[in-house]
Write a protein that binds this ligand. Structure first.
Ligand code: NAD
Length: 122
């Protein structure tokens, strides 16, 4: 499977950096957080990252523009994950928040396949 669309849940200390790095490297990134106010803060942090990328990595404005074009923002979880190939979770290290989030997002899959799992396991 080729990953193209990445959802980053949580745009705090870790999440905004992961989101920007992924967008810079060509992934379509949906940044998801609890409300628009927090997402606005993430946008401001992306601008700060740009400065660091320019200074330390000598990247071009064209590369940065591409990264911003790859970023979208939403506080709607269904919208955030609708096209996702991969979700990277970066929400607070608080058990109740993590449990609630995973209960809302993760599905379990079982297979009745007779041969493929055993073939791949040998
Ligand atoms: N900060 C670090 O240096 C560091 C290092 C290694 C691992 N981690 C881990 O990374 C994860 C994130 O840590 P952080 O420091 O970036 O946290 P943070 O508190 O800086 O950011 C968390 C973000 O998640 C958002 N959030 C809260 N509830 C949410 C929900 N239900 N759905 C979506 N977003 C929600 C918050 O609004 C915030 O923007 C944690 O599991 C932490 O243990 C952090």
């Amino acid at each position: 499977m080729t990953y193209k669309n990445v959802t980053v849940a949580g745009s705090g200390i870790l999440g905004y950096q992961i989101a920007f790095q992924a967008a810079f490297h060509g992934f379509n990134v949906s940044v998801y957080d609890i409300n628009d106010e927090v997402l606005e803060k993430a946008k401001a942090k992306f601008q700060l990252m740009c400065k660091a990328f320019r200074k330390d990595l000598k990247v071009t404005q064209e590369q940065l523009d591409m990264a911003f074009d790859n970023l979208s923002y939403t506080s709607d979880l269904a919208e955030a994950v609708k096209d996702a190939d991969l979700m990277i979770e970066a929400i607070p290290e608080i058990p109740d928040i993590k449990i609630e989030f995973y209960e809302m997002t993760v599905i379990s899959v079982t297979t009745n396949s007779s041969t493929i799992p055993s073939v791949t396991c040998t």
